[in-house]
Structures are given as structure tokens and as C-alpha cells.
Write a protein that binds this ligand. Structure first.
Ligand code: HEM
Length: 413
């Protein structure tokens, strides 16, 4: 086998564009395995529904020791559910599936978000211009805290929103963005660990806080307050991160104004859901997920050595022409009357959310993004030309450079 040069720096520099370019150079038509070296280790990238099933088999890929420390210290937190395997994972994961996959809880969270959006939108019309990304992040942080029973309101919620955005923005880059992410995480873990301690001493105010504060691990012990804070942040941070998808949704409505009318007129939720799926498929967000090979493996006749990094190429799979007709066309109709297959659409991972590591927040994501894009479609606003709406692919995570500035049209003349 040819020696493979380490690709960590090219990946950091080229972002989402790195893997497709590597795939083209390797002459791969999309179905095969791509080899690389990352952080000094051999790595293989897979994609496609069969690869999803291979990757999510615990006999093939484990998560323990797989995530680099800079990612844990910014995005997920030390000791997070993302890093666990076997029974330890199943017991911790039940906490999230119970809280986040219950239809009533999802509906209550969505209603809370919409209520806070409407209050905020009424204030936007008093200002001539607002940056949608920043505003939506604060709406989401305020709403998820209210829903979870966390005490953050007003400025504390705005601070939490900024910190959650920083944690996501800085996980895949060296330099100032990364250090901001580390500081943001350290600050919010401290704050939330105190909240957990208070909840344990005085009784919690909300179901989510109470449930997380009372979580016991496989050994029957309560989580230490810092780990409980990490897991509270694993609910709050990704909810705030829905600001990326809502901003992408605004971008799609701007590029395809006819969809605005369709969303506005939709009598039933199916178009809204299809729109949310297409936003999650089309726009680049989570690039891939990864673990380590448990043992020597074979995929498509190719050997994968024990301990290699095995990565599932989410962005690549969501744009694979073998799965999606005209993958680079934004078209929510592709999901109308045809809900996505479990291992086909993978912006939030694949496999089974209850049994494996798939994101437990997918129902929340689809409903909140759908509801807020519909709110947006119903709102009167202009999109000033003097802003940069390009979405650079070299940056992970990316978003419209200007954050999507809107000029609200005052209501009532
Ligand atoms: C912003 C949109 C979101 C994206 C792009 C996203 C993406 C992902 C991805 C790729 C994974 C990893 C899957 C794997 O390792 O196989 C994941 C896991 C997870 N997500 Fe999300 N997610 C989003 C929203 C949410 C929301 C709204 C919540 C909670 C309210 C959430 C909570 C979690 C948790 C707790 C895990 C860990 C699951 C585990 O390791 O078992 N996510 N998410």
C-alpha cells in the first residue's frame, strides 16, 4: 500500500471541499472507500446506506478514544454521551431519547420557540436592520432554557447563545476561533454545574433539568455536576445551533422566492417538513462522524486495520448522485410523499437513534426549522443587497458570510 501523507492541515484549510476533491483525485465514482491520514493515524472515509449500517455496528466501530481532545474541549465536552460505548452509552443515551424523542416534548419545545420568535420579531421591526443568524440564536437559547427549566433569561440567555455559537464555530479550526470556543465551554460548564448542584439541593424547576440532574450512570452513581453540565449543554448547544439551519432556510427562500409562497400557503405540515429535510440535506453543516475500528475489518473488499479512524462522510452522502437526483439543486419536493429512508438522509448521523449514536435531536431539528422557516416566509422583510451572502466551503462550519441581514418592513404603515 502507498504511504499516505497526513491530511489534517489540508482538511482544515479546504473544509467541506477537501474530501470531494480527494475522492475525485482517487478516481472514485462515489461508491468506494477513500484512504487518508488524519492526526497521524490511518483513516478511511465511507458513505452510502450500506456503509451507514457497517459504521453503526458496535462490533466494527467504537467511539471511546476516537474524538480528538480539541473537539471535546469545544464542541461536545469531556465525558459526553458521544464518547461512550456499550452499556455506558445505552444508559446515558436513554436520558436524551426520553427527553428529546417524545412527540409531546418536541411539540412543546417547538411552540415555545415560535412564541419567543414572535415576541422577538415584533421588536425587530423597531430596528431598521437585524442579522438573522444572531437574533435566531438568542431566540433559540431563550426558548430552550425556558423549556428545560434553566434559569437563563434576558442577558444571561443572550450570553449563553453567544457561547453556544462560539463552541460550534471554533471546534474545527486552530487560532482565535478555537480559543474563544474553549473559553465559552469552560464558562458555561461552570455556570451549569452550579445550576445542577442547586437543582439537587433545592429541587429542580423543570422536567429536563430535573431529569439530567438525577441521571445515574451504569455504576448507579449520580453524574458528577460537571458531566451533568456537559450533557445539559448537549441539549442547549445543538438547539442553538439550529440557527445555522434557519439561516440556510432564509438563504433558500431568498434564492427561490416561489418556495416562500408555497410555505406560506401550506395547509398541512408535509411541505414544511419537506423543506426542513431539504435544508438539512442541501446545506453543509456536520461534515462527518467518526470512530475507531474495533478490530481488523474489511469493507467492499478493502482492508481496514484495527484502530484506524473510520469516518462516515455525511456531507458526501447527502450529495451523492446515486441517492439524490440532481443533488446540487435545492428542491423540497423530493421529500413530498416520500419521507427519507433511515440510512439515506444523514445530516445528523444514521442508524437508530435509540440503539446507536444517531442524533436524538432530529425531530426537534425538523419541527423547529420547519416552523421558523414558515414564520420567515410569512414575514415582510427585504434582503439588502449590500451584504455578502456567499457560503464559503473552506470554512467548517460555514454560513452566509453576512449572517443574513434583513431589513424589516414596519407593520401597520
Ligand atoms: C443543529 C442541527 C443538528 C445537527 C447537524 C446535529 C448533528 C448530529 C450528529 C452528526 C451527531 C452524531 C451522530 C453520530 O455520532 O453518529 C449528533 C449527535 C447528537 N446530537 Fe445532534 N444535531 C443537531 C441538532 C441536535 C439537537 C437539536 C439536539 C438536542 C436538542 C441534539 C443532540 C444530540 C446528542 C445528545 C447527540 C449525541 C448522541 C450519541 O452520541 O448517542 N442534536 N448530532
Amino acid at each position: 500500500m502507498r504511504p499516505v501523507i497526513d491530511s489534517t492541515v489540508p482538511l482544515l484549510l479546504r473544509g467541506y471541499a477537501w474530501l470531494p476533491a480527494k475522492r475525485r483525485r482517487a478516481g472514485d465514482d462515489g461508491g468506494g472507500l477513500v484512504r487518508a491520514r488524519l492526526l497521524g493515524r490511518p483513516a478511511v472515509f465511507l458513505h452510502g446506506p450500506a456503509a451507514v449500517r457497517f459504521f453503526y455496528d458496535e462490533h466494527h466501530v467504537r467511539r471511546g478514544g476516537a474524538l480528538p481532545e480539541p473537539v471535546l474541549d469545544t464542541l461536545f465536552g469531556q465525558g459526553a454521551v458521544h464518547t461512550l460505548d456499550g452499556d455506558a452509552h445505552r444508559i446515558r443515551k436513554a436520558l436524551f431519547t426520553e427527553l428529546l424523542m417524545d412527540p409531546e416534548a418536541v411539540a412543546t419545545l417547538t411552540d415555545t420557540v415560535v412564541r419567543h420568535w414572535r415576541e422577538a420579531a415584533a421588536r425587530w421591526s423597531e430596528r431598521s436592520r437585524v442579522t438573522l443568524f444572531d437574533e435566531v440564536a438568542v431566540v433559540l437559547a431563550t426558548a430552550v432554557c425556558a423549556w428545560a427549566g434553566l434559569p437563563h433569561t434576558g442577558r444571561a440567555a443572550a450570553r449563553l447563545a453567544r457561547d453556544c455559537v462560539a463552541m460550534v464555530d471554533g471546534f474545527a479550526t486552530p487560532g482565535p476561533r478555537h480559543w474563544r470556543a474553549r473559553r465559552a465551554r469552560a464558562r458555561q460548564e461552570r455556570v451549569l454545574a452550579r445550576t445542577v448542584e442547586r437543582a439537587r439541593a433545592q429541587g429542580a424547576r423543570g422536567k429536563v433539568l430535573e431529569r439530567v440532574a438525577g441521571q445515574r450512570d451504569a455504576d448507579g452513581e449520580l453524574l458528577d455536576a460537571r458531566t451533568a453540565a456537559v450533557e445539559l449543554l448537549n441539549i442547549v448547544r445543538p438547539t442553538v445551533a439550529l440557527a445555522w439551519f434557519v439561516t440556510f432556510g432564509a438563504h433558500a427562500l431568498h434564492r427561490h422566492p416561489e418556495l416562500r409562497d408555497e410555505l406560506r400557503a401550506a395547509q398541512e405540515p408535509s411541505f414544511e417538513t419537506a423543506f426542513a429535510h431539504e435544508v438539512r440535506r442541501f446545506y453543509p453543516f456536520a461534515p462527518f462522524v467518526g470512530g475507531r475500528a474495533v478490530t481488523d475489518l474489511t469493507w467492499g473488499g478493502e482492508p481496514i486495520a484495527k484502530d484506524s479512524m473510520v469516518l462516515l462522510d455525511l456531507y458526501g452522502q447527502n450529495h451523492d448522485p446515486a441517492l439524490w437526483e440532481q443533488p446540487y439543486r435545492f428542491d423540497p419536493r423530493r421529500f413530498l410523499g416520500r419521507p427519507p429512508g433511515r440510512d439515506e438522509l444523514v445530516p445528523q448521523g444514521g442508524g437508530d437513534a435509540r440503539g446507536g449514536h444517531r442524533c436524538p435531536g432530529e425531530d426537534v431539528a425538523v419541527q423547529v426549522v420547519g416552523a421558523l422557516c414558515t414564520e420567515l416566509a410569512r414575514m415582510e422583510f427585504d434582503v439588502p443587497q449590500e451584504q455578502d451572502l456567499r457560503i464559503p466551503l473552506h470554512r467548517i462550519p460555514t454560513r452566509p458570510r453576512s449572517g443574513f441581514v434583513i431589513a424589516t418592513v414596519p407593520t401597520g404603515g
